[in-house]
Design a protein around this ligand. Sequence first.
Ligand code: CAA
Length: 285
Amino acid sequence: MAREIASVGVIGLGTMGAGITEVLARSGVPVVAVEIDDEGVKRGRGHLEHSTERALSGGKLDQASRVELLDRVRYTTSLSDLSDVDLVIEAIPESFDAKADLFIQLDKITGPETIFVSNTSSLSITEIGVHTSRPGKVVGMHFFNPAPVLKLVEVVRSVVTEPDVVADVVAFAEKLGKTPVVIGDRAGFIANALLFGYLNHAVRMYEQRYATREDLDAAMRFGCGYPMGPLALLDLIGLDTAYEILDTMYHQSRNRLHAPAPLLKQMITAGLLGRKSGRGFYSYD
Ligand code: CAA
């Protein structure tokens, strides 16, 4: 029988962490939500309030359920508040050193049975796991943006992740209303390994003035039925995040498909990160 996961910690309340917190709270799971400072807490809380407000005004959530949902989340800036949770989900920026450091700290704070989850898009779960005293209890749970909408969760097992832990996390993802798939530890897992070659190719086509951004995006929306065109999707993902994912995959596989298009780096340097900075391939108010 699957182990009950009665409470969860989420660390990092950026786009993904806040979205994951919303998914958990919507499913009735109490969450301890951790950010580095009060400003981060304010941003994360704002994200949740805005998203649930939209659901309320769209008639998808009533006021009482919204209040209950928001009440399930306890915000803190202290990792020590995670001492009693059954599972911790890390959703901090994609820096290996920062993630490894975080798990080393969590190892001292949480009980030995607590499952450690990383939402990393491309870093190695095995390498993160060996920094802890419990590599068998370290697993990836890769959500997709926007997390409250997209059903997929890639459950990533390392060679030493305990089979029971994988089964518990799969059952937990199903409880959250998600569709889990299980995969071994390889950069990009399934979806990003397939998706990012395509996105990178679109940036190269745009860079070479092969077509306008609008026509590139329209071709994939109206010709292939994708919900968004590749350049609009890159703006949603964040150009910095996309670059990190491509770079990691390229270094692992040396597949030229994943060598980041130079324009991506130039745009990042100029502060054009996509929706989150107000401008990427498109501008946002
Ligand atoms: N948070 C919560 N809910 C959101 C949301 C968000 N950020 N964005 C949209 N929604 C909800 C809306 O409230 C709406 O809900 P209802 O149907 O219940 O009213 C629903 O999603 C549809 O939204 P819209 O009508 O505003 O717009 P849309 O129909 O164009 O859908 C979209 C927007 C869901 C983003 C859709 O365009 C889409 O699925 N795009 C593709 C996204 C994608 O491919 N993501 C994967 C990126 S790769 C990744 O995440 C991995 C990685 O490691 C980086």
